[in-house]
Design a binder for this molecule. Structure first.
Ligand SMILES: [Zn+2]
Ligand SMILES: [Zn+2]
Length: 728
C-alpha cells in the first residue's frame, strides 16, 4: 500500500496516515487536503511509505495534492521537527502554525508563484502509453512542450479537468514545479546599493571579521553600545550577501521596530526585493511575501520571530537584532526561542548568524566567553558621546508626584533650550493601586490575585492581567472611609504632574493605552521626530531601538523594584532596560544626560549602568548565576498548570513532581509553587521547575516524564511545558 504520513493542525503528538497513489519522496513537504473527522483539513506530507499504524482498511485517501505549490524545503521541515521535539509541542501544530494563514486552510492558495515544467522523465517517456481517455493530461503535456514553462493558473485553464490532470502528472513525476527567480536580480541589487556613511575603525573590523565567515557557519555576538552603529554593520554585510546572490533573514523582536529598519534597507538597496513578515501585514499580503521569500525572489526578509521558519532557498546570512529581547521567545503554544532556532538554522545551512545587542543575554554572552560564539565589539558611539548617567538619591529628597527636584530642574533646562526629554516609567495607568489608609484595603481584582490599577480619564479601575474594569469607588467598601489614596506612579500620573509643572510644554504619553493601533505608534514617533513634542512620558515601548535625534535628557522613575524581585533574571532585564533607555539620550550633536531616581544609588547594578560597562555587569551576574546553579549554568523546564480550583492544580503538580523524582535521571525536580500571580481570570496557576546541567539528560527526562503526566486527573487542568523558560 502507498502510504503518506501527514502533519495536521491537531493537538496530538503524531502524524496521520493516508493513502496516495504514486507516492514519491518528492512529495515530502507537499501540501495536501485530507479527510479528517467530518470535514477536510490541509496538511503537509512529512513521510512517505512505511507501515500503517491502524488497520489498512481504515486508512482514507488523500483528497487532493496541491501540486502547483512548491513543497516545503527539507531544511525547514527539519527545523520544525527539531522545534517540535525540543519544545515538546505537537508536530502538526508546529508545521501548520509556522505557515501563513492561507496555507493552513483547506483550499488552494491563489498566489502560487513559479512555473510548471516538463521533467526529464516526461521528455524521455513514450506519451502514446497514456490511456486514450487521458485527454487533459495529453493536452497539458503538449502545451508545455510547445510553449515551455507555464504558470499553474494557465495550465489549469487548459481544460475543465486540467487541474486534476496536473495533479496526476505531478504525482507521476512527469511535470514538476519550478521556482521562478527573475533573472538579473542580483546584479541589479549590487549596483543599486547607495553608498553608506564611512565606517569607524571598529565597524570596519567587525565587518571584515564577520564578512570573512560568509559561506560557513559561525555564530557571532556583536556587542555594541547603543549608538555604535550595529545596523550599519548589518547593512554592509547584507550588501555583500546580495552581491553574491544570497538571501538574508533579519529577525527583530518587535513589530514596532520593523518599519524603521525596512525604510533603512529600502533606502540603501533600492533595487533589492525586500519583504517584511509580521503580524501587522494583512493576510493575503503575508502569503505573497512568504512566497517571495520561498521562491527566492525576495532577497531580504525582515520579520518577527515566526519568520525564522520561512523557507529561503538562497539563505546566506541571518541577523538577530536585539538578541537579548524576551519578545524573541514565544510565550504560548510552541514556546520557542526564535534566536536559538536562528542559530540552529544557520548551522544547518552552514551560514553565519549575527546576534546583535548592547546588552546580550547572559546565555549568549557566556557562550561567547566559552568560545562557542565569536565575539566582536563596538565600544564607541558613531556620532556622539555616551550620555552622562547619574543616580539621584531619592531618600534625601522631597518628591513631587514621584519627580525629584533634580529631575524637575533638568526638565526645565531642557525646555528652556528647546530640547526633548523623556521620562521613563514602567507602569501604565495613573496609579498601580488604590489604597485605604484607614483599614489597609486596596482595590483587588475579583478574578485575579492582583490589585486593580487606577486609570483616570475613564475614571476606572482596571486589571492589567484579565482586563476586568470597574468604576472608581468613592468610599472604602471595607470601612466606609471617604479618603482613598492612589499609591505609586503610572504614566498617566506623571503626565498630569508634568502638565502642572510645565503648563507650556507639549507633553506626549506613549504606552499601550495610547498606542492601541500600530498606526498610532507610528504617528506618535513621527511627532517626536518632527519636534512637535517637548516631553515624552513612556514605558519600555520607548526603550527599544527607536532613534529620537533631539532627545537629550532621560529621567528614570521607580526602577528599584527589580532589585528585590524573586525573578533571578530581574537584574539582567533591568540592566538591559536602563541601558536601552539611557541610549536614547544624546544622539547627534548634544551629549545626553540620564537621571535615575533610586533609593540605592550605590548598588553595583546602577554603577555598571553608569559606566555603561556591560562586561562588568555580566561578570558579576554570571558569578551569581554559577553559584546559584541557574542558567546559563543549568537548563530548565517549567511545567505550567492552571485550573479553576487550586487543589486540582496542586494535586496535578504534586503527582508530576513525585513521578519525575522517581524516574532516576540526573535532574533536579523542585517543589510545585504558585505562579507569581497565582490567580488570573478566575484560574489558579502553579508551576514546577525541573533543572539539569545537561541539556540531553533533561530532554531524555522529558521523554520519560511526559507520558506520565497525562492521566485522568490531568484532563481537569490545562498544562504546558516551557523549555528554556524566560519567566518563572
Ligand atoms: Zn478602609
Ligand atoms: Zn484580573
Amino acid at each position: 500500500m502507498h502510504l503518506v504520513r501527514v502533519a495536521l493542525d491537531v493537538p496530538l503528538p503524531t502524524l496521520f496516515d493516508y493513502r496516495l497513489e504514486h507516492t514519491r519522496r518528492e512529495l515530502i513537504g507537499a501540501r495536501v487536503l485530507v479527510p479528517f473527522g467530518r470535514g477536510q483539513r490541509a496538511g503537509i506530507i512529512l513521510e512517505v511509505g512505511g507501515q500503517p499504524e491502524v488497520p489498512p482498511e481504515r486508512i482514507k485517501r488523500v483528497a487532493h495534492v496541491f501540486a502547483d505549490e512548491a513543497p516545503l524545503a527539507p531544511d525547514v521541515l527539519q527545523l520544525m521537527r527539531f522545534a517540535s521535539r525540543y519544545y515538546q509541542h505537537p508536530i502538526g501544530q508546529v508545521v501548520m502554525g509556522a505557515l501563513p494563514q492561507a496555507l493552513r486552510r483547506a483550499h488552494a492558495s491563489r498566489d502560487a508563484s513559479g512555473r510548471v515544467v516538463l521533467t526529464a522523465a516526461a521528455l524521455a517517456a513514450d506519451w502514446s502509453t497514456l490511456p486514450a481517455r487521458a485527454l487533459a493530461r495529453r493536452r497539458v503535456l503538449e502545451h508545455l512542450r510547445a510553449h515551455g514553462p507555464c504558470t499553474p493558473a494557465l495550465v489549469r485553464s487548459l481544460a475543465s479537468t486540467a487541474p486534476r490532470a496536473l495533479r496526476d502528472l505531478m504525482a507521476d513525476g512527469w511535470v514538476a514545479f519550478e521556482e521562478a527567480v527573475p533573472p538579473g536580480l542580483e546584479e541589479r541589487v549590487a549596483h543599486a546599493a547607495t553608498p553608506g556613511p564611512a565606517l569607524t575603525a571598529e565597524q570596519a573590523e567587525a565587518l571584515e571579521a564577520i564578512g570573512g565567515t560568509l559561506g560557513r557557519f559561525t555564530a557571532w555576538l556583536l556587542l555594541g553600545v547603543t549608538g555604535s552603529g550595529k545596523t550599519e554593520v548589518y547593512l554592509r554585510l547584507i550588501e555583500r550577501v546580495l552581491a553574491r546572490g544570497g538571501q538574508v533573514l533579519v529577525l527583530v523582536p518587535e513589530i514596532n521596530l520593523t518599519p524603521q529598519l525596512e525604510a533603512r534597507l529600502a533606502a540603501r538597496f533600492p533595487g533589492a526585493s525586500l519583504a517584511g513578515l509580521h503580524s501587522g501585514v494583512p493576510e493575503a499580503e503575508r502569503l505573497r511575501r512568504w512566497r517571495a521569500a520561498e521562491s527566492g525572489r525576495a532577497s531580504v526578509l525582515v520579520g518577527t520571530r515566526l519568520a525564522v521558519f520561512t523557507p529561503l532557498p538562497r539563505l546566506a546570512l541571518i541577523v538577530v537584532d536585539e538578541e537579548h529581547d524576551a519578545s524573541l521567545k514565544q510565550q504560548e503554544g510552541l514556546r520557542y526561542s526564535a534566536r536559538d532556532l536562528a542559530v540552529l538554522r544557520a548551522k544547518q545551512r552552514q551560514v553565519p548568524v549575527v546576534l546583535g545587542s548592547a546588552t546580550p543575554s547572559l546565555e549568549s554572552y557566556a557562550k561567547a566567553l566559552a568560545g562557542r560564539y565569536r565575539l566582536t565589539h563596538l565600544s564607541g558611539r558613531v556620532s556622539s558621546q555616551l550620555p552622562s548617567i547619574r543616580c539621584v538619591d531619592t531618600r534625601a529628597q522631597r518628591l513631587r508626584e514621584g519627580l525629584s527636584p533634580a529631575l524637575i530642574d533638568a526638565l526645565a533646562r531642557g525646555l528652556a533650550a528647546s530640547e526633548q526629554s523623556l521620562v521613563f516609567v514602567n507602569r501604565r495607568g495613573y496609579a498601580p493601586a488604590l489604597l485605604c489608609f484607614a483599614c489597609g484595603w486596596s482595590a483587588p481584582c475579583p478574578r485575579c490575585s492582583a490589585r486593580l490599577v487606577l486609570h483616570l480619564g475613564a475614571a476606572r479601575l482596571r486589571c492589567h492581567y484579565c482586563g476586568h474594569e470597574e468604576l472608581v469607588t468613592r468610599a472604602c467598601p471595607s470601612c466606609g472611609n471617604l479618603d482613598l489614596t492612589p499609591a505609586g506612579q503610572g504614566t498617566q500620573r506623571i503626565e498630569y504632574a508634568l502638565a502642572q509643572l510645565f503648563p507650556a510644554a507639549r507633553i506626549l504619553r506613549i504606552d499601550r493605552d495610547t498606542t492601541r493601533s500600530r498606526r498610532a505608534f507610528e504617528q506618535m514617533r513621527q511627532r517626536v521626530q518632527d519636534h512637535e513634542v517637548d516631553i515624552l512620558v513612556g514605558t519600555q515601548m520607548l526603550a527599544k531601538g527607536h532613534d529620537f535625534p533631539r532627545l537629550t535628557l532621560v529621567g528614570v522613575i521607580n526602577a528599584d523594584g527589580a532589585l528585590y524581585s524573586t525573578d533571578f533574571r530581574a537584574a539582567e532585564k533591568l540592566f538591559a532596560q536602563l541601558t536601552q533607555v539611557a541610549g536614547r539620550a544624546g544622539r547627534r550633536d548634544a551629549a545626553g544626560e540620564v537621571l535615575i531616581q533610586t533609593q540605592f544609588p550605590g548598588h553595583p547594578l546602577y554603577r555598571a549602568v553608569q559606566r555603561q560597562d556591560y562586561a562588568a555587569f555580566a561578570q558579576l551576574a554570571l558569578t551569581e548565576r554559577r553559584e546559584a546553579g541557574f542558567p546559563p549554568y543549568a537548563h530548565q523546564v517549567l511545567l505550567r498548570a492552571e485550573a479553576p480550583q487550586r487543589e486540582v492544580v496542586e494535586r496535578f503538580l504534586g503527582r508530576a513532581a513525585h513521578a519525575g523524582g522517581r524516574l532516576g535521571f540526573r535532574v533536579e525536580v523542585y517543589d510545585p509553587v504558585p505562579a507569581p500571580v497565582a490567580r488570573v481570570a478566575g484560574r489558579e496557576r502553579g508551576h514546577l521547575l525541573v533543572q539539569s546541567t545537561s541539556r540531553n539528560e533533561l530532554q531524555r527526562f522529558l521523554a520519560a516524564w511526559i507520558p506520565q503526566l497525562s492521566d485522568r486527573e490531568a484532563r481537569r487542568v490545562r498544562w504546558a511545558l516551557d523549555v528554556d523558560p524566560l519567566d518563572l
